[in-house]
Design a protein around this ligand. Structure first.
Ligand code: AMP
Length: 283
């Protein structure tokens, strides 16, 4: 049975709704999103429903994490469909502030994450990004005051940055990661996949295929450098402009050169046409 979530757009209505959710000590989970919801987001909502009594989803396209040349203006917005899906999933609260509510006139504070936010992956190509993410996530946590929050492994570096920040700043929120949800052909679901032309969409499967092939080679004992450079070639030949394909320690995200260096994650980011895609898998 579907039931419409409470929709809060102002801080006072959010605080009223939060007090209602937290009655009888009910645990509250938050799933932060930028809307344009797909099965990846829904998987986080379902995970949250299993772990907490009440589930809040935030929908906020955060200008602070977009650079001037990026797609803030054209980012897909599908409000009606989003709310219908969240109602179907039994979400209790949707927090949908406008930009002025999140960043009132005179706003002048920004969190500067370090550690996993400065390892030469996304941070190298989107230097503004994690400052924007950390700032908005810290605000979402203090606004909604969830007991736990769910983030996708799709944005693997972001998951590590947010986990570190929640600990470092004693935000009192347990950050929990959810597995990547993929299309049938392996492409990681993303709100940005709608930008792909039919031909780009077909080509896009090369990212996951290359991650899998590279992982297989590493597990077979191939040299890291050679396997990664062959993977980079395959992605380039398919028509992508590669930002990075790299093997990193799954916790710290520092570079690794052997599977004996601990848990290893393979991460990729590449652009096809105007669309930048990211993906990652366990090595
Ligand atoms: P976004 O709306 O793109 O900011 O994503 C909101 C949350 O959903 C983030 O924690 C993402 O990591 C997560 N997410 C996005 N795509 C996927 C996916 N394909 N599988 C699992 N989680 C995802």
């Amino acid at each position: 049975m579907t039931h419409s979530p409470i929709i809060a757009r102002t801080l006072s209505s959010l605080h009223r709704a939060r007090a209602e959710l937290g009655k009888r000590n009910a645990t509250v989970a938050l799933v932060p999103t930028m809307g344009a919801l797909h099965d990846g987001h829904v998987s986080l909502v379902r995970l949250a429903k299993r772990r907490a009594k009440k589930v809040a989803v935030s929908i906020f396209v955060n200008p602070a994490q977009f650079a001037a040349q990026e797609d803030l203006g054209s980012y897909p917005r599908t409000w009606k469909e989003d709310i219908a899906r969240l109602a179907e999933e039994g979400v209790d609260l949707v927090w949908n502030p406008d930009v002025k509510t999140m960043y009132p006139d005179g706003f002048a504070t920004r969190i500067a994450p370090e550690g996993p936010a400065l390892v030469g992956l996304e941070d190298k190509f989107r230097p503004h990004f994690f400052g924007g993410v950390a700032t908005v996530v810290a605000k979402l946590f203090t606004q909604v005051r969830p007991d736990m929050a769910f983030f996708g492994e799709k944005d693997f570096q972001q998951l590590r940055v947010v986990t570190r920040m929640a600990r470092d700043l004693d935000l009192g929120v347990k950050v929990i990661g959810g597995a990547i949800i993929r299309e049938r052909d392996g492409l990681a679901m993303s709100s940005r996949n709608v930008y792909l032309s039919p031909e780009e969409r077909r080509t896009a499967t090369v990212l996951f295929r290359t991650l899998k092939a590279t992982s297989k080679r590493l597990r077979a004992g191939d040299d890291f450098k050679v396997a990664l450079s062959d993977g980079a070639d395959a992605i380039g030949k398919a028509g992508f402009a590669l930002d990075y394909l790299d093997a990193r320690h799954a916790e710290t995200l520092v570079p690794v050169s052997s599977l004996n260096d601990g848990r290893v994650r393979l991460l990729v980011a590449a652009k096809i046409g105007k669309t930048r895609l990211i993906d990652n898998i366990k090595a």
